[in-house]
Design a protein around this ligand. Structure first.
Ligand code: URA
Length: 253
């Protein structure tokens, strides 16, 4: 079978894997792969898409980067689905909106506010961006069994890091009226966090009859600090990997 246009891998390469761990940063793929199994195999690196094949128990699993944002995430989902992937688990990074969420905490999404454009190419805006119930339940259960704390709730998924997440430290410093006060409003509406891929992940997966779930490491809190603390990041990333690993080990994924 031909290699997929962007991810540059074929059905033969993935050894009947049904599940992929997706993450934004191409450099993070190798790190996750090696933490899962030091015999993981690098399959391809093309543009923002780096892919490794690894194994959890007796299951082959892919790890693939999506780059930042919804358009490149949708491309990855399309092409991975075409070669047989059914389950998409995103491990990402995120900015917290709620005051009680700290750097190095873990958030599991139940659904996302659709502040992106890509998902509207797949389904009208009334269609919910909702995580797969079972996949999410597996993540929650695995975290509980491993005594790893997490926050569970709704994520705001934005196409932009600056304007759409109401950052005033951009080049112009200007945020259009639509987003002025948005962070306070999401806070009041109990939205937990900002990131940039889950709305596309959830809508595309539901529209194509695939399963998608997402968990994140908190690297900033929009009420306080924008500084990444490497120690808490590494600990939380390791915990995310443990949660996903256990979910895959214990279920038919
Ligand atoms: N990713 C985002 O989109 N926003 C943040 O604040 C942190 C990570």
């Amino acid at each position: 079978m031909n290699k997929m246009y962007h991810i540059n891998i074929s059905k033969n390469d993935i050894k009947e894997a049904k599940t992929v761990i997706v993450t934004g940063d191409p450099a993070r793929v190798k790190i996750i792969a090696n933490k899962i199994d030091d015999k993981s195999i690098a399959l391809s690196s093309n543009r923002e898409y780096t892919t490794y094949l690894t194994a959890i128990g007796d299951k082959n699993i892919l790890i693939c980067s999506t780059g930042i944002g919804s358009p490149s995430t949708a491309i990855a989902i399309e092409e991975l689905a075409k070669i047989g992937i059914k389950n998409f688990i995103r491990i990402g990074t995120t900015g917290a909106i709620q005051k009680n969420i700290s750097l190095g905490d873990i958030i599991i999404s139940t659904a996302s506010v659709r502040l992106d454009g890509t998902s509207t190419h797949y389904a009208p805006i009334e269609y919910p961006a909702v995580a797969d119930h079972y996949l999410t339940h597996y993540l929650v259960n695995s975290a509980n069994k491993k005594n790893i704390d997490f926050h569970l709730g709704i994520t705001a998924s934005s196409d932009t890091f600056y304007c759409g997440q109401e950052r005033y430290d951009s080049y112009s410093g200007y945020v259009i009226k639509r987003f002025q006060g948005a962070t306070e409003e999401w806070n009041k509406l109990n939205v937990l966090n900002y990131e940039m891929e889950s709305s596309a992940l959830f809508v595309v997966c539901n529209a194509l009859n695939l399963k998608g779930a997402a968990l994140y490491v908190v690297i900033d809190n929009r009420n306080e600090s924008e500084k990444v603390n490497l120690d808490s990041y590494n600990k939380a990333m390791n915990n995310c990997i443990k949660i996903v690993k256990k979910s895959i080990l214990e279920h038919d994924l």
